[in-house]
Ligand binder design. Structure first.
Ligand code: AHG
Ligand code: MN
Ligand code: MN
Length: 335
């Protein structure tokens, strides 16, 4: 059984950048995710993790203690590995510069830009439902001797060199892609190691599930409403099953394995959509395409969107190509 580290080494020919730097990057991701796994697993036993931190974050949302813990865990872990030069987090207003210029021997390796949703599905923390972390990695654009600038973070999703998520569910699973398929690794907590458990994940041929917060029905456009009716119609391979837990990572992980579409459209409350392009949509869109699916804002490919600001939101649809194209048709015809 391959460990994550062994798998990366085994597949080094399919990664265009330094294998050592990728291993170091993953060593940060593994460390922080294990710390979060540990906290999540004792959430019922301690009040240190349950509940609000008392802060309204940059998203205008009530930050949970675990949002803050996860943000700090990843930040500390990335700072100490000499491969990351800048981080943008859903929980921080501005991007964070990591300046390791004095460490000459590692200087050339500090080329990774990381964007992260440290804790996805915050509303599920206190009720023991799956939550996750989403990460997205780019190569720094600005000259190597310079500190990172905002341009380094505002890159199109199709420039990602690595994207992935960790789901803290009935087990903790890390899923990632470097553009060579999507692979999943399950944490064996007794030894603290991630082992390959899901090789080359692909959306199955059978379309089965639709995932949308249907409580917002009255706030949806006509095209979205018509599509929901279409999913419920008894015809061909329909009706589809409705599944929605309110954690993008959890909903997506189920849909990529069982075959389903995830939709967070514009609503009256979120006229630009709710999900964040850089921390949530781009990395999940990258994985979607790598797994043979399609990710769209209703019209355009998510990965082609030119980001304008760090915390930009977008309508988001991802899933098997047939289902996403069908929804796009409804949106095109009915708005
Ligand atoms: P986060 O916890 O990082 O703020 O993300 C929550 C997101 C996403 O994970 C989820 O799919 C969606 O918000 C749920 O929103 P609704 O409760 O409006 O359905
Ligand atoms: Mn999120
Ligand atoms: Mn979050």
């Amino acid at each position: 059984m391959y460990t994550l580290g062994e798998f990366i080494i085994e597949n080094r020919d399919y990664f265009s950048y330094s294998t050592e730097s990728l291993l170091r990057l993953f060593s940060s991701i593994k460390l922080a995710s294990k710390a979060i796994h540990k906290e999540v697993n004792k959430a019922g036993l301690t009040t240190e993790i349950i509940g609000s931190s008392g802060v309204i974050n940059i998203q205008g949302e009530n930050q949970k203690k675990l949002d803050d813990f996860a943000h700090r865990a990843f930040l500390e872990s990335f700072k100490n590995r000499n491969v990351v030069c800048g981080i943008a987090s859903e929980e921080a207003k501005d991007f964070i510069v990591i300046n390791n210029k004095d460490k000459k021997e590692n200087f050339l390796q500090n080329q990774y830009i990381v964007l992260i949703d440290p804790l996805d599905g915050s509303s599920n923390i206190d009720v023991n439902v799956s939550i996750g972390t989403i990460f997205s990695v780019y190569i720094k654009k600005s000259p190597i001797q310079m500190d990172v600038t905002i341009e380094d973070f505002l890159q199109q999703g199709n420039k990602q060199i690595l994207a992935g998520y960790i789901i803290y569910g009935s087990s903790t699973i890390l899923v990632y892609s470097t553009g060579n398929g999507v692979h999943g690794f399950t944490l064996d907590p007794s030894v603290g190691t991630f082992y390959l458990s899901h090789y080359n994940i692909h959306f199955p041929v059978k379309e089965k599930i639709y995932s949308i917060n249907e409580g917002n029905y009255a706030k949806f456009s006509n095209g979205i409403r018509k599509f929901i009716r279409y999913c419920q119609e008894k015809k061909d391979n329909r009706p589809y099953t409705a599944r929605y837990i309110g954690s993008l990572v959890g909903d997506f992980h189920r849909n990529i394995i069982q075959g389903g579409i995830y939709i967070y459209p514009k609503t009256a409350s979120y006229p630009e959509g709710k999900l964040r392009l850089l921390y949530e949509c781009n990395p999940i869109a990258f994985l979607t395409e790598q797994a043979g699916g399609k990710a769209s804002d209703g019209k355009n490919s998510i990965l082609d969107i030119e980001p304008k600001e760090l915390h930009q939101r977008t309508p988001f649809i991802c899933g098997p190509i047939g289902m996403v194209s069908q929804l796009e048709k409804f949106m095109n015809n009915f708005g």
